[in-house]
Unconditional design. Sequence first.
Length: 177
Amino acid sequence: MQYFIGIVPPVEYKNQITSFRNRWKHHQLNEVAEPHITVKAQGGLTEDLTWLEKVKIVCSTTQRFQLTLTEPSTFGNEVVFLGVRSKEIYDFHQLLVDTIAPSPELIKRYFEMDAFHPHLTLGQTHWGMEESEIEEMRLTSTHVLAPFPTFTVTRIRVYQEVEPNQYVSFEDIPLAR
C-alpha cells in the first residue's frame, strides 16, 4: 500500500478539470486520483504510518500560502499539465522531504528536491492517451480551463492506494493560520 501527499484545487475548479479530462474517452487518469498537485511523492511514506505524525507537526507550523495555476505545458509528448506558481510550495516540499527523509534513490525515483516541478496533470500517455491527444488537450485546456485560479492552500491531502493505481483521500491535514 502506497501513499502520497497533494494539494487539491478549489472544488469548483477541481470538478471543472475532472469534466475536462473526461472529454477524452481513453483517458484513465480520473480513475487513478482526483485532480491534485503532488507536494510529496510516495518515497518514504510507508505502511506503518510513523511519518504521518511528523507531517502533521510540519503542517501545524507551516503558514497557509498562495498558489497560482498557470498556462498548460507538457513534459515531452507524454504529459500535459497546468503549471504552478508559488515560492512557498518549494519550501514546503523540501521541508516534507527533509522530515520524512527518504533514501537518495527514492528522491531520485520520484523527482523530488532539486528535480521537483510542481504541476497539476491533465493527461498522460501512461494513462491511455495518444501523443496527438496530449497536444490537443494542451491547446484545448488553454481556453477551456482559463482563467487559471489563484487560491490559498489551507490544507494538504494524504492519498492512499486502495487498489493498484487507484488513490483515494486518506486524511486532510490543515496548515497553520
